[in-house]
Design a protein around this ligand. Structure first.
Ligand SMILES: Nc1ncnc2c1ncn2[C@@H]1O[C@H](COP(=O)(O)OP(=O)(O)O)[C@@H](O)[C@H]1O
Ligand SMILES: O=P(O)(O)OC[C@H]1O[C@](O)(COP(=O)(O)O)[C@@H](O)[C@@H]1O
Ligand SMILES: [Mg+2]
Length: 326
């Protein structure tokens, strides 16, 4: 099935995610194990266009399994969205005789990979690397677990000061237009409420809930707000709540802090398994697939579906936040 692959390049693209390095390491070492010549592309698609393509050996990826960020660097590259940009990218791949490409990134990176692979008939495999967990075809994306751990560490600390001062905190977390980080960290951090893009909550309902909480036994509350939530983010929500509810209220926007740090064991193992799977799938002749993990088994899903299909937000998790906050 498919042509023989001898030279594979790997790149990281879009927002970085903890565990990307563990994945690069797995890709490179799996390739070497199968006698493939391995290359790294610097700065995502930018490096393809600017011909920043470097050979990688086993030593190039030593001592990185534990490091956050990406040694290959990453970029959001507008030029790759143009056909001229992709033509230059293809010419550079040809120059280096690269016959397979592995893209570690999120939905945007996969959209680019799909278009590129169809345009130039180059085999590509995607590996889901984003803290947002917003891809269909995998239970978890690389970086999501680490980001959640970072967020709950922050929530735990905010809880100490919130409880000491009897305050209401709105904690804004990342996720772009997905509420996974918010929902998981709300459960793990014991938040009183969560606001996510997938489920609209009115300010009135939120205020009613907070009034009941604070009027009863609770003296402090934490509301986790996903950045893509419809009310305009934590700052805007806090302002609206303050108009109706006279309570000492603070806002904490966690920001890019959530993207860094040493990957958790879970993310390292996930990244390693998916990196291996992506290389071996390319060698078996697969293309335009994403290597994901479903029920603890590697699963290949068409990149097309991974981008277009939406995983339904599990309503029971939202319910759980409410049950645990009584
Ligand atoms: N429609 C597209 N066509 C070609 N390339 C794209 C397209 N959408 C995204 N990309 C490429 O993928 C990169 C990363 O996408 P982005 O949405 O920023 O991050 P992520 O992959 O993490 O979702 C973009 O900067 C661009 O180079
Ligand atoms: O770092 P930037 O460019 O400001 O982008 C911030 C966005 O990147 C993320 O951290 C990760 O998103 P991607 O993995 O899709 O790039 C989002 O949660 C956030 O909305
Ligand atoms: Mg994305």
């Amino acid at each position: 099935m498919g042509r023989k692959i001898e030279r594979i390049a790997v790149l990281t693209s879009g927002g970085d995610a903890p565990g990307m390095n563990a994945c690069i390491r797995a890709v490179v070492r799996t390739g070497i194990y199968h006698h493939i010549e391995m290359f790294g592309v610097m700065q995502g698609y930018q490096g393809l266009i600017q011909d920043e393509i470097i050979p990688l050996n086993s030593k190039s990826v030593s001592n990185i399994v534990q490091r956050g960020g990406t040694i290959l660097k990453t970029a959001r590259c507008m030029e790759f969205k143009t056909s001229e940009g992709r033509k230059t990218a293809y010419e550079n791949l040809q120059k280096h005789k690269i016959d397979g490409l592995i893209v570690i990134g999120g939905d945007g990176s996969f959209t680019g990979a799909e278009i590129f692979s169809r345009e130039y008939d180059i085999p590509v495999m995607g590996v889901p690397g984003t803290i947002d967990n917003d891809l269909f075809g995998t239970d978890f994306t690389i970086g999501f677990d680490t980001a959640n751990n970072t967020v709950i560490e922050a929530i735990d600390k905010i809880r100490d000061t919130a409880a000491s001062h009897d305050r209401l905190f709105f904690v804004e977390v990342m996720g772009r237009d997905a509420g996974y980080i918010a929902l998981w960290s709300a459960i793990g951090g014991g938040a009183e409420a969560v606001l996510i893009p997938e489920k609209e909550t009115s300010v009135d309902d939120l205020v009613d809930k907070l009034m009941i909480d604070l009027g009863n036994a609770k003296t402090s509350s934490i509301v986790v707000v996903a950045e893509g939530e419809h009310g305009g983010g934590a700052m805007a929500i806090a302002e609206k709540v303050k108009e109706r509810f006279n309570y000492d209220t603070k806002v904490s926007i966690l920001g890019h802090f959530q993207r860094g740090g040493s990957p958790t064991s879970f993310d390292r193992v996930l990244a390693s398994r998916l990196g291996q799977a992506a290389v071996e799938a390319l060698l078996k002749g697969y293309s335009r697939k994403m290597a994901g993990m479903i029920s603890n088994k590697v699963a290949l899903t068409s990149i097309d579906l991974a981008i277009k299909n939406k995983t339904e937000m599990d309503e029971s998790l939202i319910e759980l936040v409410n049950i645990l906050a009584i």
